[in-house]
Design a protein around this ligand. Structure first.
Ligand code: SF4
Length: 464
């Protein structure tokens, strides 16, 4: 029986969700159990993200609130990982002196061994920078096969034993070589590294073999998987084709894709591979060519629109989501309105939108023309109102259609189920609990701003 338990709270991106799953797996191999809540844990690990400044402050707030638990249980160990740990290192100990461990993303694999001896009365351990076991394109520790379901945090790491999650993220590459002017990821996650193809396929087969229905291939820029010079992989298109052929895999997705790295051969897979879902997240960031150039994105508005046109030609029903940053240094009102116009022109199904914030080490930090906070807030709220209307119109146009819904769990009301259609629409409908994890056919009867209401029409007879 394991004697000690671990609770992992995860903030931020899907890469962090994956890393938390990986740490959970390594710790279980050392005999640790996963605690149901923070108050039951012997070790709390907060896995952090610093892509947005607000997110980093939220994490610090979380760490400060954990002091009450430390006072109640002086033996409790508290660790912090992820990008905030890498960026702040020892400074975190100054800000949160009751911390016992700080470990950047590249040092995650060392935690289980350290935890064998670390105790609350010892000086804190700080692990930042690259792993001592070589971390680069020519070598590096293999990633432990692992999957994690879920999104932004804080969230608890699910127990990975037994059946696979209904839907899993599967990391195929890590790091980023793009150095967009506003982004800390290349500095904190390091250069791009592709996982060996066989390792990915083995993990995918294992997940599907244990009942997984949906896989999302994950990476900072999956399209550059297997680029010459990367360790491991070959090209992304052939990897995607091979994963799609795994018997029993009903749904396949990938994220995130950089628009500059989207070859025609990848476009052509939409509408061709039967289990590749009709949804793509394609970050735009801005609708002005001058701002795109200042951001270092290396595509123009015209190129982005051409890509969208090709994708929709290949797959007419393709749903698109995107990321937008408002208030990049020097962004004029006209340039902001060009971004707003792009929402209408493309007709995105949903957007993730943010106010620009200075991040340490980035080029944009040094740019003149910073936009005042209240102006960024005004632009963000205008942008979001515009998108809300577009999304609502899309939802209304879906009333009367029948969608295949993968049921993820119970809804908020008793008797209600909740799931996602192939295009990522969130669908709630009444149905029996045994449908969880299965594919249901649902008639859409009502449109809401962020979800659709449906009526169960049957199950997908061929599916799980
Ligand atoms: S592509 Fe740009 S925004 Fe995306 S992770 Fe890399 S540097 Fe950051």
């Amino acid at each position: 029986m394991p004697s000690k338990s671990l609770y992992i709270a995860t903030y931020g991106c899907q890469m962090n969700v994956y890393d938390s799953g990986r740490l959970g797996s390594l710790m279980r191999q050392k005999g640790w159990a996963m605690a149901e809540s923070q108050d039951q844990a012997d070790f709390i690990f907060v896995n952090t993200c610093s892509i947005r400044e607000k997110a980093a402050r939220r994490v610090i707030g979380h760490l400060k609130r954990l002091r009450a638990l430390k006072l109640k249980n002086p033996d409790l160990l508290l660790g912090v990982g992820g990008c905030v740990a890498e960026q702040e290192g020892r400074r975190l100990i100054e800000e949160v002196p009751w911390l016992n461990l700080v470990a950047g993303p590249a040092r995650l694999g060392e935690i289980p061994e350290i935890m064998e001896t670390l105790s609350a009365d010892m000086p804190p351990v700080v692990l930042a920078g690259p792993s001592p076991e070589a971390h680069g394109r020519d070598g590096g520790p293999p990633l432990v096969p692992m999957a994690a379901a879920g999104q932004v945090g804080p969230s608890r790491v699910p127990d990975q034993k037994g059946p696979a999650p209904i839907s899993s993220f599967l990391t195929i590459m890590s790091g980023c070589d793009n150095y967009c002017a506003y982004c800390v990821v290349p500095y904190l996650r390091g250069p791009e590294i592709s996982r060996p193809r066989e390792e990915i396929l083995e993990e995918a087969r294992d997940l599907v073999g244990r009942g997984g229905v949906e896989l999302t291939l994950l990476g900072q820029n999956v399209n550059s998987y297997g680029r010459p010079g990367h360790r491991g992989g070959e090209d992304f298109v052939s990897l995607l084709e091979e994963v799609s052929r795994i018997p029993g895999l009903w749904r396949l997705r990938f994220t995130t894709s950089h628009p500059k790295d989207f070859p025609p051969s990848l476009v052509g897979l939409f509408g061709k591979l039967p289990n590749l879902c009709e949804h793509l997240h394609l970050p735009l960031q801005a609708g002005s060519d001058r701002i795109l150039e200042a951001m270092g994105r290396r595509y123009s508005k015209t190129r982005y629109l051409e890509l969208v046109a090709c994708l929709r030609k290949s797959c007419p029903g393709l749903a698109l989501s995107t990321d937008i940053i408002v208030g990049f240094p020097g962004e004029t009102e006209e340039e902001f309105l060009e971004t707003v116009a792009m929402l209408e022109t493309v007709g995105f199904d949903s957007i993730f939108s943010f106010k620009y914030s200075d991040r340490p080490m980035t080029k944009a930090n040094l740019l003149p023309g910073k936009i005042p906070e209240e102006e960024k807030a005004r632009r963000l709220s205008f942008l979001q109102a515009t998108q809300k209307a577009i999304t609502m119109a899309k939802h209304q146009s879906m009333v009367g259609r029948t969608l295949e819904v993968l049921v993820f769990g119970l809804g908020r009301r008793p008797g209600q189920l909740s799931g996602r259609a192939r295009d990522m629409s969130l669908v709630n409908f009444d149905g029996p609990a045994w449908l969880v994890g299965r594919l249901a056919m649902v008639d859409i009867i009502e449109a809401w701003p962020v979800s659709l209401i449906g009526r169960l029409a049957g199950t997908n007879g061929d599916g799980p």
